[in-house]
Structures are given as structure tokens and as C-alpha cells.
Design a protein around this ligand. Structure first.
Ligand SMILES: CC(C)(COP(=O)(O)OP(=O)(O)OC[C@H]1O[C@@H](n2cnc3c(N)ncnc32)[C@H](O)[C@@H]1OP(=O)(O)O)[C@@H](O)C(=O)NCCC(=O)NCCS
Length: 152
């Protein structure tokens, strides 16, 4: 996986972004990309990006950077992450996490968050492997994980 890049959501990648499937059973852990892009349209602090693997869409990531938000989970962190079924387990998700960390550092932030739903087939192990540590706090019934924005 040497050609991974984040790109803006554009007319060119929109169809692929909204049509790629997850693996069976994963839909319960994340909103559909089309839903996230609609939310981004009405949320000025959202940072939605296509994850390109060469010319192909490998996934979608959306961060939120809203430093004044009363909830820490929305100040600086990953909001959505969907990796296409055929691109999973090849480092695409980790790449997206590190790119969000890089953008967070660029914005002067040293701490980033993510919320995840627990359950069989869910993303918990992935986020632990990416360095997030559960705070013990739950937000909307989800686990709040935090890590530094420095490279691991
Ligand atoms: C969770 C998800 C984003 C992971 O993406 P990915 O590209 O497959 O993950 P990576 O290949 O970058 O994996 C990074 C590390 O996590 C591990 N990992 C990934 N998925 C895992 C899983 N389901 N169980 C255990 N470990 C997992 C990998 O083995 C790798 O470990 P290592 O590098 O330390 O050996 C992807 O499975 C997905 O889109 N799931 C459905 C939607 C979802 O749950 N999104 C999160 C919403 S909060």
C-alpha cells in the first residue's frame, strides 16, 4: 500500500465513495458514506476525505475540528471511518487515522478522539492497535478513545 492519499470529496469520486460495500455485518458500526457526506454539507467543522489507493477509492474518513465544542468527542477527532471490503486489513484504516492526526497537529492539537460501538466484528481492536485508549467515559452509549496526535 504505497500509493495511499487523501483527496477532497469531488464529483469525480462521489459515486465510488457512496457505493463501495463494507464486509457483511459491519454496517451496524458506522453510518453510510452518503449520510456522512450529507452531514458534512451542513457541518462547517467537518473534514470529509476520500481515501485513494492509486486511482481507486479505498475508503472514506471524516474528522471534526470544533475546538470550542462542549463535548470533547467533537473538538478534534475521527467522526467516521469506512474502509471498502476489498481494501480492509491492508493498512488503509491506519493510514486514515495518521492523516487525521497530521491534520490535527497542523491545527495545533496534541490530542485526538474517536467514538466506537462495541461488539463482535466491530472496530475496537483496530482503534486499540492505532493507539487509542478508552477513557472509561461513554458518549451516546459509545466508547470514547483518546490518543496523542504524535506519530506512534
Ligand atoms: C475498522 C476498519 C476502519 C479498519 O480498517 P482496515 O483498513 O481494515 O485496518 P488496517 O488494515 O489499517 O489495520 C490496522 C491494524 O488494526 C488491525 N485490525 C483491523 N481490523 C481489525 C479487526 N476487525 N480485528 C482485529 N484487528 C484488526 C490490523 O490487523 C492492524 O494491526 P497491526 O498493523 O497492528 O498488525 C474497517 O474494518 C472498517 O471500515 N470497518 C467497518 C466500519 C467501522 O467499524 N468503522 C469504524 C467506525 S467508528
Amino acid at each position: 500500500m504505497s500509493r495511499l492519499e487523501l483527496h477532497d470529496v469531488t464529483e469525480k469520486n462521489l459515486r465510488e465513495l457512496t457505493e463501495f460495500p463494507l464486509r457483511p455485518g459491519q454496517d451496524q458500526f458506522v453510518a453510510p458514506v452518503v449520510h456522512s457526506i450529507a452531514e458534512a454539507y451542513v457541518t462547517p467543522t467537518a473534514w470529509p476525505r476520500a481515501i485513494l489507493d492509486g486511482d481507486e477509492v479505498g475508503g472514506f474518513v471524516m474528522a471534526n475540528f470544533d475546538p470550542e465544542n462542549e463535548l470533547e468527542a467533537f473538538r478534534c477527532g475521527i467522526w467516521r471511518l469506512n474502509v471498502a471490503a476489498g481494501a480492509q486489513r491492508r493498512g488503509v484504516g491506519r493510514f486514515a487515522v495518521e492523516e487525521v492526526a497530521r491534520e490535527a497537529r497542523r491545527r495545533g492539537r496534541d490530542r485526538m478522539t474517536v467514538l466506537w460501538v462495541e461488539g463482535e466484528g466491530g472496530p475496537e481492536e483496530f482503534y486499540l492497535r492505532c493507539g487509542f485508549v478508552p477513557t472509561g467515559e461513554r458518549v451516546f452509549g459509545q466508547v470514547l478513545g483518546v490518543r496523542t496526535t504524535g506519530s506512534l
